[in-house]
Write a protein that binds this ligand. Structure first.
Ligand SMILES: *Cc1c(COP(=O)(O)O)cnc(C)c1O
Length: 459
């Protein structure tokens, strides 16, 4: 049949719609008919442009049913993270603790006192819920929350340096995750970037010499996602505070990750922590909610009351405002840090602190499950995990993984099928598919075993 004949033979919309009447209850007749129209139109367009198409009623009905399925299947859905990257930005960064997730759920399903003062019976502030708690866990005088740390930095600069200079070391003009670049954020916020020092070395006198009557702030940016080694020198936050305050200039610090507790036992020493940064006397410190803090996406700003009050009045605050679910989840995440050891219930922290014996046990359990599939070869291997989320770039933590090879199937194809058919995300190392157990959540081992059995054939 040539395309002309096929065009003439295309099923009619109403006839095809009638033949799918068994789907009307599930999706509604209008929805079914609208998909039928879409599929017929697309097929006609394909034939007109010289392409090929199967116009049999069965094939057309399949196309419509598949389309309907796609519309109703959640496009954003859960995946298994077997990469070992704890804060994988592409996979949604931090996994919330149960209490935080439940708090977000309850806030979502009900009215709340988000902007209502229950005591006074009048309008309240949406920041009141979190400010005291943030001050308690960080040691700061005042605090507020916006959408993410990029927004936080933007708000801080727009409030504190608009039309004036922000002095920044050339070694700290970072780009984080594509669109967040310090020079561009500065431009957007109306601040003037005053670069000092060089890529590898910046000295105290560089800041001192640059200070003038138009200086708005000294800005320090944590170089989260890269590390300069060799002949390097940077001015510590403490020294910057000393210099700034001696000249009457406030100091702001984009700390990045929001680490609240030590990760020394996991061998991570380089990541700055929130409390010491606040204690150093920095006027304003900002960080993300969903990196090492382990909470929902948010940008947290803590510091001196006079500056935070100004930020609350900045119109950008309204544009960057956070919703009730985020507040609810953030509150419960922060509460984990109130008691010693409580941080272990934050999944990101728990995963990073997983010990090698624990990981070894988990890997052996997974390998045990996989042995049931006869066409698979698998073994426990030593590997390194990355923290991710643009933090701790140079440190890898020892982990255990299970490497898998399927008979008659390349690692690339196996990886693709795991990803596309089962939403299991893993790595390929030396032609083997590798599952790092550090980032597996409860039940993930069973999902991996079932998927491999389905793909490779079990007993
Ligand atoms: C990650 C990061 C940001 C951006 O934070 P988001 O919460 O992703 O918007 C800004 N500055 C630094 C230093 C960072 O590490």
């Amino acid at each position: 049949m040539d395309n002309k004949a096929k065009l003439r033979g295309l099923p009619r919309v109403d006839a095809l719609g009638e033949s799918l009447s068994h789907l009307w209850d599930k999706y509604g007749k209008d929805m079914v008919l609208s998909c039928v129209r879409e599929c017929v139109d697309e097929t006609r367009a394909a034939l007109l442009s010289g392409g090929d198409a199967d116009i049999s009623p069965e094939a057309m009905a399949d196309m419509v049913e598949k389309r309907l399925g796609e519309i109703y299947a959640p496009h954003l859905h859960t995946v298994v993270n077997a990469t070992g990257v704890v804060l994988h930005t592409n996979l949604g960064r931090a996994v919330l603790c149960e209490r935080a997730a439940m708090a977000a759920y309850h806030a979502a399903r009900s009215y709340t006192n988000l902007e209502y003062d229950i005591e006074k019976g009048q309008r309240g502030s949406r920041y009141s819920h979190i400010e005291k708690l943030l001050c308690r866990v960080t040691g700061a005088e005042s605090a507020m929350v916006v959408n993410n740390n990029a927004a936080a930095v933007m708000l801080v600069l727009s409030t504190m340096v608009k039309g004036r200079e922000a002095i920044v070391s050339r070694g700290e003009l970072v780009e984080i995750g594509g669109a967040f670049r310090v020079p561009e954020i500065m431009e957007q916020s109306g601040g003037i970037l005053r670069e000092v020092g060089t890529t590898n070395k910046t000295h105290a006198y560089d800041y001192i010499n640059a200070i003038n009557e138009n200086t708005g702030v000294l800005l320090k940016v944590h170089t989260s996602n890269f590390k300069v080694t060799g002949f390097t020198e940077e001015v510590s936050l403490e020294e910057m505070v000393e210099i700034g305050h001696a000249h009457g200039v406030p100091v702001i610090y984009d700390l990045g990750s929001g680490l609240m507790c030590s990760l020394a036992e996991a061998g991570i020493f380089d990541e700055p922590m929130v409390k010491p940064a606040v204690r150093s006397g920095a006027d304003v410190v900002s960080f993300s909610g969903d990196k090492l803090l382990g909470g929902p996406q948010a940008g947290i700003i803590v510091g001196k009351k006079e500056y935070i009050e100004k930020m609350k009045k900045n119109p950008l605050t309204r544009a960057f405002r956070v919703d009730k679910m985020t507040f609810a989840a953030l509150e419960e995440t922060l509460r984990c840090y109130l008691s010693e050891g409580g941080e272990m219930s934050v999944p990101a922290i728990g995963m990073i602190r997983r010990t090698v014996p624990e990981l070894d046990k988990k890997a052996k359990e997974l390998a045990g499950l996989l042995e049931e599939a006869p066409s698979l070869w698998c073994a426990v291997m030593r590997e390194k995990s990355q923290v991710g989320g643009g933090s701790v770039p140079s440190e890898f933590i020892e982990t255990r993984a299970v490497e898998v090879q399927a008979k008659d199937m390349s690692a690339a194809l196996l990886e693709e099928r795991l990803r596309r058919e089962h939403s299991i995300i893993c790595r390929i190392i030396k032609d083997k598919v590798v599952f790092d157990v550090r980032t597996l959540l409860e039940g993930d081992e069973l999902k991996i075993a079932a998927a491999l059995k389905e793909i490779c054939g079990g007993k």
